[in-house]
Design a protein around this ligand. Structure first.
Ligand code: 1KN
Length: 475
C-alpha cells in the first residue's frame, strides 16, 4: 500500500515537473489564430482608447421594465422573458417605436464631452429587433413608424466627432423561428443551419453597409447550439476581418472544435481581446490578465443594460464609482465600456446625463492618466491606482482614498527616484517628495477636502551617481 502511495505521489510530481513547452498541443482547425496580443495599428488604437461607451437600445426601451402596470426588477432588456410575453405581443412593440428625440449628433457631442473614444451599440439584442433596415428580416426599424436607419446616423455622427464605432450583435435571437438553444435532432440541425446563415448574412451586411465600423462585440453565444458550431464562429471572425481590414472581434464570439469558449483547448485566447469581465473586474493584483488585451463592461445600476423606468430598485453608481471602475481597469491594461440605455423617445435619463457630465469634467483635467495608459508595474498602495503612459513612460497616481494625513506613499524599484511630481489641474504646484528610505517616498497633498479623485503625474528617473540624499540614522 505504502509503495503504491509513493508511486502515485512520485508520478504526480513527475507530471507536474514536465515543462510547459513539452505539453501536447491539441491540433485545432478553429482555435486561436495567434498567441498573445495583436501588434497592428488598429489594435493599438483600440488599446490606447481605453474608455468607451456601451449603448443598449431596442424595443425594450419602450416599456422600460414595466408591463401592464407591474414593474419587473430584472434587467429591462429581459422583460419579454421576465413577464412571460409571447413573441407576437413583444414584437408588436415595433409599431410604437418612434423616438422623436433621437439625435445621433447630440449623442455624439455628449459622448465627446464625456471623453469616450469609442462607442459599442446594440445592432440587435436578444429580442431580435434590428436598428438597421436589414434585408434578411422584416423585424427592423425600417418597418416602424420611425423608419430611419439608426445605425447609419450613429456611425456618421460619431465618426464625424472622431469617436470609433463598434457593433454589438446578439447571436441568441428570441424572434427568429430557426434559433435553437441546442441541437437535439436532425430538424434542429437543419433549422439552426438556416439561422447561422441568416446571422452570417446579417453580419456581412453590417460590415458592408457600415465600413467605418471598427469592431464587433458578440453576445448570446453561450448556448450549446453555438458551442457545437465552433467552425461558424471561426468563419464569422475571418469573414469580418476580410470585409473590414483591422476589424476587432471579442472573445465571446468564439468556440473551438471541441466547443471550448473564449479560450481554446490549448488555453489560447480566441478573438482579439478577452470580454468576460461583465459587471465585475479582476482583482487589482491579478496581473495574469496582462497577457491578453481585455475589456470590461459595467452598468450604472446593478444590472440594467436597457432603459428601466425605476432605478430605485438597486444601487446606482456615482460618477466617482464609475471613475474608480475605469481607473482600476486601465491600471491592469484593460479597456472599460460604461453602459448607457437611452429611453424609448431617444433621449437620455437625467442620471446618465449627470454622470456623463461629471465624468467629462474629470476627464478634462485628468484624461492623461487614462488614454494610452496601462499597467505601471509598481507596488500597489492603499490610496488608489497607478497607471502609466505606454509612450511617454509618465506614471499617474490616481488617488481615490485620501489619507487623513494627506501623505501618499510611493515605493519605487531599486535605483529609481521621483524626478518630478505634479498635481494635475494645478500645474504650478510641483510637489516635493520626502524620502522615507531608499526608493520610498511620501508625497503631500495640499490639505483640503477632496470629493473627486486627484491625479499626480510622476516623472521617474534613474538614481544619479551621487545617489539620493537619503541618510540612514546611526543606530
Ligand atoms: C445572466 O445572463 C445574462 C444574459 C445576457 C447576463 C447578461 C446578458 C447580456 N449581456 C450584456 C452585455 C447585456 O447585453 C445583457 O443583456
Amino acid at each position: 500500500m505504502m509503495k503504491q502511495i509513493i508511486a502515485v505521489v512520485f508520478f504526480a510530481l513527475l507530471v507536474n515537473s514536465i515543462p510547459a513547452q513539452n505539453k501536447q498541443v491539441i491540433p485545432l482547425q478553429y482555435g486561436a489564430k495567434a498567441s498573445g496580443k495583436r501588434t497592428d495599428s488598429a489594435m493599438a488604437k483600440w488599446r490606447a482608447n481605453r474608455f468607451g461607451q456601451f449603448i443598449h437600445w431596442g424595443l425594450y426601451a419602450i416599456p422600460g421594465g414595466v408591463w401592464k402596470g407591474k414593474t419587473y426588477a430584472y434587467a429591462a432588456e429581459f422583460l419579454k422573458s421576465s413577464a412571460g410575453l409571447s413573441s407576437a405581443t413583444w414584437d408588436s412593440l415595433m409599431y410604437q417605436f418612434n423616438p422623436a428625440k433621437f439625435d445621433a449628433k447630440a449623442w455624439a457631442k455628449m459622448d465627446k464631452a464625456m471623453g469616450v473614444k469609442y462607442v459599442t451599440i446594440t445592432t440587435k439584442h436578444h429580442e431580435g429587433f434590428c436598428l438597421w433596415p436589414s434585408k434578411y428580416t422584416d423585424f427592423t426599424v425600417a418597418n416602424t413608424p420611425f423608419k430611419r436607419d439608426i445605425l447609419k446616423e450613429v456611425v456618421d455622427a460619431y465618426t464625424a466627432e472622431g469617436i470609433n464605432v463598434n457593433f454589438y450583435y446578439s447571436v441568441l435571437d428570441w424572434h427568429h423561428p430557426d434559433w435553437r438553444y441546442d441541437i437535439k435532432n436532425a430538424s434542429d440541425s437543419i433549422a439552426f443551419a438556416r439561422y447561422l446563415d441568416f446571422a452570417k448574412n446579417q453580419l456581412a451586411e453590417l460590415a458592408q453597409r457600415y465600413p467605418a465600423v471598427k469592431g464587433f462585440w458578440f453576445d448570446g453565444t453561450w448556448d450549446k447550439s453555438v458551442q457545437k458550431n465552433g467552425k461558424w464562429t471561426y468563419e464569422v471572425e475571418m469573414m469580418l476581418k476580410q470585409l473590414i481590414p483591422g476589424a476587432i472581434v471579442n472573445s465571446r464570439l468564439r468556440a473551438d472544435d471541441f466547443g471550448k469558449r473564449h479560450r481554446d483547448s490549448n488555453g489560447e485566447l480566441m478573438g482579439d481581446y478577452e470580454s468576460g469581465y461583465e459587471r465585475r473586474l479582476p482583482s487589482p493584483y491579478d496581473t495574469s490578465v496582462l497577457k491578453n488585451d481585455w475589456e470590461a463592461c459595467m452598468t450604472i445600476p446593478e444590472n440594467q443594460w436597457g432603459y428601466h423606468q425605476d432605478w430605485s430598485l438597486s444601487h446606482v453608481k456615482s460618477s466617482n464609482e464609475i471613475l474608480e471602475n475605469i481607473v482600476r481597469t486601465v491600471a491592469l491594461s484593460g479597456n472599460m465600456l460604461v453602459n448607457f440605455g437611452p429611453k424609448g423617445d431617444g433621449s437620455f435619463r437625467t442620471e446618465e446625463l449627470q454622470r456623463a457630465q461629471e465624468i467629462g469634467d474629470w476627464m478634462k483635467t485628468n484624461s492623461q492618466s487614462i488614454y494610452n495608459c496601462g499597467y505601471a508595474g509598481l507596488e500597489r498602495q492603499d490610496w488608489g491606482y497607478y497607471t502609466k503612459n505606454q509612450q511617454t513612460g509618465k506614471v499617474y497616481m490616481v488617488v481615490f482614498n485620501v489619507p487623513v494625513s494627506f501623505g501618499l506613499t510611493v515605493k519605487l524599484p531599486a535605483n529609481t527616484m521621483i524626478g518630478k511630481a505634479v498635481l494635475l489641474g494645478n500645474h504650478t504646484a510641483h510637489m516635493e517628495p520626502d524620502e522615507l528610505t531608499k526608493n520610498q517616498y511620501m508625497l503631500h497633498l495640499p490639505v483640503g477636502t477632496y470629493n473627486k479623485p486627484v491625479v499626480i503625474e510622476l516623472e521617474l528617473k534613474p538614481v544619479s551617481v551621487k545617489g539620493s540624499n537619503y541618510r540612514e540614522a546611526k543606530t
